[in-house]
Design a protein around this ligand. Structure first.
Ligand SMILES: Nc1nc2c(ncn2[C@@H]2O[C@H](COP(=O)(O)OP(=O)(O)OP(=O)(O)O)[C@@H](O)[C@H]2O)c(=O)[nH]1
Ligand SMILES: [Mg+2]
Ligand SMILES: [Zn+2]
Length: 354
């Protein structure tokens, strides 16, 4: 049990135990997901694992299958060199994104994370609106966000301070750290945040330096990073799988492949938390059904006018809210919407042809 505690098995999970499952199986944590298999650990070795037929066939969607960071019930064979997974524990937190497409489908990124490092590089990659999207996703999942601004060696101290301030304006209660893989003191600062038995993940676009940071933290070049030739052959992510790495101090960290886009959102709490000041403003509008477009006594319009709320931030909020509402509609509702839209297009085309 101590071995499990060391890799994050806390009271929260202990309270979720299914006694029947526990009587029949061991408990393990998923370290990596492969095409048709998994790697799991009970705190010692990493062990090859497969799903039991029953778990595979009773799963209704990708969300029911294990992902990196999950706690599972498993049986071990042949001196703990091979395992079969029978069930997945309830998740304390889950990072996922929706796959675009007709049928609503989710892709799991990682489970049971305590902290997500959202990384943006200070040079070409920096974008407050994208940062807001990541914050919504992380807040929605109930994970603590920490914002890391990478490649600070490429920028002047003054410019970094300015950007940091801009970030703090949109995420006032979040820790924001600028770092460079070339500056050891900044790496040490990040290392000091990593606590034993806690699980962290690295999130951010391809090329911001996630894997390089992981290597810096480990102190060697274990994991492959982007080389110049790779940067030129655009569109390829260097990191392709998600793997739970155990650090010497007992913390665990999951590197993720850069996300081209975040997929579509279906969120509520994440939006509310990330844009809390907009929600507070809405309370002050004169009319309770204010559309914030032209009403007198609109607190949002007044805040934008007074430059207390940035227009772009408000627009980004509206965009994400709309997207989320659309994604939360049922499949049938969406089909209907698509059909109505299709009809409208047809009618317009007919008129045109006349
Ligand atoms: N100037 C500078 N370059 C860096 C720094 N950290 C990483 N790089 C470079 O940025 C490029 C991308 O680094 P990676 O660590 O592979 O990026 P990644 O975020 O893991 O990318 P994906 O795995 O594709 O998602 C590499 O060429 C690194 O050498 C840094 O602190 N400063
Ligand atoms: Mg990488
Ligand atoms: Zn209003």
């Amino acid at each position: 049990m101590d071995d499990l505690k060391n890799i994050g098995y806390s009271n929260w999970f202990e309270n979720q135990v299914n006694a029947e499952m526990l009587a029949a199986h061991d408990i393990a944590r998923v370290v990596a997901v492969h095409k048709d298999s998994y790697t799991v650990t009970k705190g010692g070795n990493e062990i090859f694992a497969e799903l039991s037929g029953n778990l595979l066939y009773s799963s209704e969607s990708a969300g029911d299958l294990p992902t990196t960071g999950d706690w599972v019930y498993a049986d071990f064979f042949d001196d703990d060199t091979h395992a079969i997974i029978y069930g997945v524990f309830p998740r304390k937190t889950l990072l996922k994104r929706k796959r675009a497409g007709k049928v609503v489908d989710v892709q799991l990124i990682a489970a049971n994370l305590d902290v997500a490092f959202i990384i943006q590089s200070l040079n070409e990659n920096f974008n407050l609106r994208r940062l807001e999207r990541y914050l919504v996703m992380v807040n929605e999942s109930g994970i603590e966000p920490i914002i890391l601004l990478s490649k600070c060696d490429l920028m002047s101290k003054e410019d970094i301070e300015q950007i940091k301030q801009n970030v703090l304006d949109i995420a006032p209660n979040t820790q924001v750290i600028a770092f460079s893989n070339l500056e050891q003191e900044t790496i040490n600062l990040i290392k000091s945040l990593l606590k034993q038995a806690m699980t962290y993940c690295l999130l951010g676009s391809s090329g911001v330096g996630k894997t390089t940071l992981l290597n810096s933290i480990i102190g060697n070049e274990t994991f492959e990073t982007q080389t110049v030739s790779k940067i030129q052959s655009k569109g390829r992510h260097t990191t392709t799988s998600r793997q739970l790495v155990r650090l010497d101090n007992g913390a665990m960290i999951i590197d993720t492949p850069g996300m081209r886009e975040l997929g579509s959102l279906a969120v509520d709490e994440g939006l509310d938390e990330t844009f809390s000041e907009i929600l507070a403003l809405e309370q002050n509008c004169k009319f309770s059904n204010c559309s914030h477009t032209n009403e007198k006594g609109c607190a949002i319009l007044a805040a934008i006018q007074a430059e207390e709320l940035s227009e772009q931030r408000y627009q980004n909020y509206l965009k994400m809210r709309k997207e989320s509402e659309f994604n939360q509609m049922s499949y049938v509702e969406k089909r209907k919407k698509d059909k109505d839209f299709g009809k409208m297009v047809k009618t317009v085309m007919k008129h045109k042809q006349r």
